[in-house]
Design a binder for this molecule. Sequence first.
Ligand SMILES: [Cu+2]
Length: 340
Amino acid sequence: MPILHPQRRPATTVFSLAVLGLLTFAVTFAVVKASHSPIANAPPPESPTVVPITASGLSFEAPDDIPAGWTTLRFTNASGMTHFALLERLPDGVGVADHQSDVAPLFQKGFEQMAAGQSEAASQTFAQLPEWFHDVTFVGGPGLVAPGRTAEATVRLEPGTYLLECYAKTNGVFHSYNSLPNAYGMVREITVTDGEGRRAAAPTPTLELEISKEQGIQRIDDADLRPGTHTVAVHFRNQSTYQNFVGHDVHLARLDSSTSVGTLAAWMDWTQPEGLDTPAPVSFVGGTNEMAAGETAYFTVDLAPGRYAWVAEVPQPDEKGMLKPFMVPPGDEITSRDGN
Ligand SMILES: [Cu+2]
């Protein structure tokens, strides 16, 4: 491609630039004149793009393309089963068909071998995972959601090819796996297009958590915990791959008075026969799936007074500081969804 040296620009280009410069000056002057303070010159940040996702049976309904930048995934679980919507950025050249042919069947086979006590055979099965599987980047997405509920999670997306996946199980079969030939499991490919120029900002949290391999899940804000709609920030201080092949994340479970925390802990490990198999022993109300170290995810939850637990989808979360029960006391509801 020829490069135009500044001194050699054609006269039409110079003229265009001059007109553009004058226009820019005129528009800027008009904006400044209309403003009463310097702060008014700065346009307010836009809200994140809201992308509706619906779980219908064992399928995701979602747009094919969404713009890059801060994005709120509003996940409605219209099915009778607990689901989540893990967002994964795929390596270049890899798509949903590769996942369904090269990854999902191996996890199903490996899990069945583990459940049958054939751990050596399971290891050999997982060793056949394609090279590209290890280059997948996990980018959050709405955590576990009970049937009939809606949950939101907000993340900043870069352009690329992504997969939405739910690998909860029902009757020992991963939702993301379908044994029928040419049929997909609970996965959906989404293209994130270049959203350059968008000015959406991160949400303002009302609660802040951090999660790390060493310290588990910890609340780091000092606000009184009030009922109402909260935006929860989750800061991933570091990340690790556990025996279940995934990293730590934060889900929110509503517990009733009889719920055993030990039962919840055991359910969070898909490598166990009953692990992640629906129905869940608790009512999940949202959360965020895993992200890389240094990233922050946000999720929105309505907290009625009652008993809850933050919990990560890792083996034995209670032994890792990643199962933290807490109470939301009765009181005045927080009135703003963004804490402002
Ligand atoms: Cu599911």
